[in-house]
Structure formats: C-alpha cells, structure tokens
Design a binder for this molecule. Structure first.
Ligand code: NDP
Length: 284
C-alpha cells in the first residue's frame, strides 16, 4: 500500500478562506476588524520570523494585528501590565505571547495572566482545564490543526485506536484530549514508554509529536493507519519530521509530509481562534 499524502497547505488555504469570510462578516457587525495582539520579547530570530508570518497572515484574511515589542530586558511586572492592558483593550480579541521568553522572565504566570476569552494560543490553565473536562473553549493551534487534517479526510474517530507519541502541554496532551473528545480510544506514549514500537502498531491513528527525527519507522506502523507527523526537526539534511516518511508511506493509509503537513495548519488555526474569540466576545 502507498499512503495518500495529506496536503496541509491546501487544507490550511481552505481554512484561511473560511476565516476571511467570517472576519468580513464580523467587521460589518462590529464596525472594526477582529484584532490580534502579538508580544515579542528578545531577539530570537526564529521567533521574529514566526511573528512576522502571523502578521502577514492576519493582513491576508482581514484581521487587524497589533505588535508589541517591549524590549529584551523588560521586567516581569511591565510585561504583566502590558498583558493586563491588552486584556481590557476592546480592539484586541486575541493575545499571543510568542515563546520562548528570555530566561529572566517566568513564563507560566504571564500566560496565566491572559484573559481566557483572548487566549487564542489555548495555553492558559483555564483553557487547558476546559479541554481536559471536554468543555468548549479555545484550543491550542497545532493540536486543533491535527484534528482539522483528520477531519479533512472524513475520518470518523469514534471507537478508533489512537496513539499520541509525546505528552507536552503544547502538543501531545491537547491532541490526546481532542481525540478522546472525538470518542477515540487514546494511548499517550512518551520517552519512558516500554516497547514504543508495539504501542504504535496498535494505532489506527498515529500522531507523532516527540521532536525526534524519524523516530517512527515502517515497522512501527499498522497497515492502513493514518499517520500525522507534528515533528519539526532541523537537521543537516533540512527540516524532517518524527516519521520516516519514505518508509512509512509504503505501509500507512494516510500520511502528512514535513514540511507541508501540520506546519501550515498552525497559523491557519491561530487565525480561526482569533475570529472565534471575536465572535464569542460579540455575543457576550
Ligand atoms: P517537547 O520536547 O515539549 O515534548 C516532546 C515529547 O515527546 C515529550 O513528552 C517526550 O517525552 C516525548 N519524547 C521524546 N523523545 C521520545 C522518544 N524517543 N520516544 C517517545 N517519546 C519521546 O516537544 P513539543 O511537544 O513542543 O513538540 C514536539 C514536536 O512538534 C517538535 O518537533 C516541535 O518542533 C514540533 N512542533 C511543531 C509545530 C508545528 O507547527 N508543526 C508546533 C509545535 C511543535 P517525556 O515527556 O517523557 O520527556
């Protein structure tokens, strides 16, 4: 069997189109565009590129974006104040604090200070709690992107065996919670899992989010499985996923490439979360 390759760029483009339509309706209703505020601290080049891409994407779909760059030596108190100001700014529907932060700052209290209704990255403990209890709320972007890719293939997750490799709060845990909410039977594997290969072979849906280049090979995949590769690893050979794409492609039923799979979905879901937040605020 040669797997069908899921085109994340195409799915992301469709979602951006839908977001653009919803943003236009909101602009007419609210008399302003939905707004996303981004905060960038420090001079991490990758973070600067990610934030610039997010602004370009906002522009494309009709979301206003407000950039704040308070300086690499900003204090915890000043950054807390900035977040508090954005929480009460009526033009701002979503707040994104670009991570990682410089070492002198404590990340968790800053994230926790984002108003739940504006938590478009879905990273506050409040959003995590909603997700853990199966209640509706803002969901982290990459995990939501994984679910959209599965939905784009019309996969009914009910009763399916799903294995998520990785248990981070950013990716693994929220993906597992979403799969569970969709009635899959979910196993979470991690670096201490015994016999990862046989755990993975049980999966009809396999999500790799370990950050280990080509950790998942063809012997670890059940024939016909849907394999979603979240991994983004920079190596001498370029960007590679957590899945040995060429080998696994011969066994799986569906597979996402890296790049061009989950990656493009993350920004699309950020845009979608921003419009969701603006819609919820307008209805409140
Ligand atoms: P973390 O490093 O925070 O978490 C990695 C997880 O994988 C941990 O739970 C770890 O287990 C587990 N793990 C590590 N090695 C192994 C192994 N050999 N076998 C089984 N499990 C293992 O990473 P993130 O969750 O933040 O990111 C995961 C990957 O996804 C990275 O490559 C990252 O770059 C990528 N990513 C891609 C995004 C995109 O837009 N495409 C967005 C976000 C992330 P333990 O808990 O025991 O340490």
């Amino acid at each position: 069997m040669t797997a069908k390759v899921i085109d994340g760029k195409a799915v992301a483009a469709r979602i951006r189109g839908e977001v653009s339509g919803r943003a236009e309706v909101l602009r007419e209703e609210l008399g302003r565009k939905p707004g996303l505020a981004t905060i960038l601290v420090g001079d991490d080049p990758a973070s600067s590129i990610y934030v610039a891409r997010k602004h370009e994407a906002c522009e494309e779909v009709g979301i206003a974006s407000f950039h704040h760059e308070p300086g690499g030596d900003v204090s915890q108190a000043d950054l807390t104040d900035l977040i508090a100001r954005l929480n009460s700014d009526p033009e701002v529907d979503g707040i994104l604090l670009q991570l990682p932060l410089p070492a002198h700052l404590e990340t968790e209290p800053l994230i926790a200070g984002i108003a739940p209704g504006k938590d478009v990255d879905g990273l506050t403990p409040y959003s995590a709690g909603l997700l853990a209890t199966g209640a509706p709320g803002l969901v982290p972007c990459t995990p939501r992107g994984v679910m959209e890719l599965l939905a784009s293939e019309g996969i009914d997750l009910r009763g399916k065996r799903a294995v998520v490799v990785g248990r981070s709060t950013l990716v693994g845990r929220p993906v597992a919670a979403l799969l569970l909410a969709a009635d899959a039977t979910v196993t979470i594997a991690h670096s201490r899992t015994a016999d990862l290969a046989s755990v993975c072979r049980e999966a009809e849906i396999l999500v790799a989010a370990a950050g280990q280049p080509q950790l998942i090979d063809a012997t670890m995949v059940s024939p016909g499985a849907a394999v979603i590769d979240v991994g983004t690893n920079r190596t001498d050979e370029g960007l590679v996923g957590d899945v040995d794409f060429d080998g696994v492609r011969e066994v799986a039923g569906l597979i996402t490439p890296v790049p061009g799979g989950v990656g493009p979905m993350t920004i699309a879901m950020l845009l979608s979360n921003t419009v969701d937040a603006a819609t919820a605020a307008a209805q409140a």
